[in-house]
Design a protein around this ligand. Structure first.
Ligand code: URA
Length: 201
C-alpha cells in the first residue's frame, strides 16, 4: 500500500493533512525519513508518525439501539441520521447494514465491512431478523398459518418467504422474517387488514 493511503487509514488525518505530515518529514520507516506519499510499504513494514508506531485498525462493527425519530441514512435529511448518535473516527467510511424506518426502534448494524454487510442483508443469505410488533387489532386465528405460508404484499410479484409469528399478548407479537423488503413488516400486517402501531427489532 502507498504510504499516504496507509496514513489515512491508520490515523484520523485527511489526505491533505497526511500529505503535509509527509512533506514535513514526520514519517519514518526502518529509521529513515520518507518524504514521498507514493512510497510503497513492504509487507510487515512499520510506519512511525512523529516516533509513534502506526497500525491499521481492523474492520469496525457497531450495534446501535436506534431510538425513534432518527433515519438510517449517512446524512441528515428531514430527520437526523443515526450517525449523529455515534462518536467514531472517520464516520464517512461506515455504512448502515439494513435500514429501519424513522419510527422503528432497535438493533441497527453499522460497519465498514462490505462482505459482512452483504451476508446479513442479502435476501439470499436468509439472515433472520426478529421484530416485536404492537398491532392495532387482534390477529385472526389463522394468522400464524398465513405468515408461515408466505404473505402476499401489494405490488410484489412473489409472496414473502415463510415467516414465524409468535403471539405474546392480544396485540403484541414476535415476527421473524428472513428478507428485508421495503417497509416489509408494516406491509405484511397491512396485507392481512391490520396496522402496525409500533415496531422494535
Ligand atoms: N419492516 C418495516 O416495516 N419497517 C422497519 O423499520 C423494518 C422492517
Amino acid at each position: 500500500m502507498r504510504l499516504d493511503k496507509y496514513i489515512c487509514q491508520a490515523t484520523s488525518l485527511t489526505r491533505s493533512e497526511a500529505k503535509k505530515a509527509i512533506n514535513r518529514g514526520k514519517l519514518t520507516c526502518n529509521g529513515e525519513e520518507i518524504r514521498s506519499g507514493s512510497y510503497k510499504l513492504a509487507e510487515g513494514e512499520t510506519v512511525f508518525l512523529e516516533g509513534k508506531a502506526l497500525s491499521l485498525r481492523g474492520p469496525r462493527y457497531i450495534m446501535l439501539n436506534k431510538p425513534q425519530g432518527f433515519i438510517c441514512s449517512n446524512i441528515d435529511e428531514q430527520l437526523p441520521s443515526i450517525m449523529n448518535l455515534i462518536d467514531v473516527e472517520k464516520p464517512e467510511q461506515l455504512f448502515i447494514a439494513g435500514r429501519l424506518d424513522a419510527d422503528t426502534t432497535g438493533l441497527t448494524l453499522i460497519t465498514d465491512d462490505g462482505q459482512w454487510s452483504h451476508k446479513v442483508t442479502s435476501p439470499r443469505k436468509k439472515c433472520a431478523k426478529r421484530y416485536r410488533v404492537t398491532l392495532a387489532e387482534p390477529l385472526p386465528d389463522n394468522a400464524i398459518e398465513q405468515f408461515k405460508e408466505g404473505i402476499q404484499l401489494k405490488s410484489e410479484n412473489q409472496p414473502c418467504l415463510p415467516a414465524t409469528l409468535i403471539a405474546i399478548s392480544e396485540l403484541a407479537v414476535l415476527l421473524t422474517i428472513s428478507e428485508g423488503k421495503y417497509h416489509q413488516v408494516k406491509r405484511m400486517f397491512a396485507a392481512i387488514g391490520n396496522h402496525v402501531e409500533s415496531l422494535h427489532r
